[in-house]
Design a binder for this molecule. Structure first.
Ligand code: ADP
Length: 247
């Protein structure tokens, strides 16, 4: 079995003649927290969209767990174990924290919701939902409506609903965006716990969070990989400094 859970080869995306992602060979080692960083417009979101199949590549391949998934559907890639965290907008504001997680547990990956299941089936999901609520540290808010949660706690709920799908690999898109210092600490601790038994790939702008959490970092600039390594390596790389200063 390859050390790499995810690999791309020559991944390229053209938008009407503009190449947003150029020949990217990304390798994410199983069980690590891997950060994708780079200045605005570097192509990070496009890479995420290619990995999760929201976009089709112009060229190149994506291999997940040793299988070519370049052309599989978004739901298939999720079913195979690579899941992107849902945005806060996917949280139901007037359902409780526990019910939100329970609904996520009912979701057949990538398809429609199944609300018609019997009460007994729903009850059996409560236990698992409660475990997940505890896992993300929301136990004191379990019966609160999601709309009552502060922003950072909504992020934790968003992560809980993603974990409901039990992904082997979790893609986090700017998990710290809009959070204050205290929430950043809380979500960082949560990401570390989550990564104990799965792989995490995250796009994150907060470099101290990246330094704290990441085992490995890939720096993108103008659609290409500029540098790769541990934080000390990439942050000392003159080309990386130049790319950040130059924007
Ligand atoms: P990042 O997430 O690193 O800020 P993006 O992946 O969002 O970068 O964007 C990379 C480049 O691709 C940018 O120049 C952006 O304007 C361009 N781009 C992204 N999406 C599209 C699109 N749908 N159509 C045309 N250009 C796009």
């Amino acid at each position: 079995m390859s050390d790499y859970i995810l690999e791309t080869a020559g991944l390229t995306k053209d938008f009407l003649g503009f190449t947003a992602v150029k020949g990217v060979n990304l390798q994410v080692r199983r069980g690590t927290i891997h950060a994708l960083i780079g200045p605005n417009g570097a192509g990070k979101t496009t890479v995420f969209n290619l990995l999760t199949k929201f976009l089709k590549p112009t060229r190149g391949t994506i291999t997940f767990k040793g299988e070519d998934v370049t052309w599989v559907k978004p739901a298939d890639v999720a079913r195979r174990g690579m899941v992107r965290s849902f945005q806060i907008s996917a949280v139901f504001p007037y359902l409780s924290v526990r019910e939100n997680v329970r609904v996520a547990l009912q979701r057949p990956l990538g398809n429609s919701f199944h609300f018609w299941r019997s009460e007994s089936v729903l009850d059996s999901l409560n236990e698992r939902a409660e475990e997940l609520v505890y896992a993300v540290g929301l136990q004191d808010f379990i019966h609160h409506e999601a709309s009552e949660l502060a922003y950072g706690r909504k992020r934790a709920l968003e992560i809980a609903t993603t974990l409901a799908l039990d992904p082997e690999m979790l893609l986090l898109d700017e998990p710290m965006a809009g959070l204050g210092t205290e929430d950043i600490g809380r979500i960082a601790a949560l990401i570390k716990r989550v990564a104990a038994d799965r792989t995490v790939l995250m796009v994150e702008h907060n470099l101290s969070v990246v330094a704290d959490l990441s085992d490995r970092i890939t720096v993108l600039a103008r659609g290409e990989i500029l540098a790769e390594g541990v934080y000390a390596e990439v942050s000392a790389n003159p080309a990386v400094i130049e790319a950040y200063v130059g924007t």
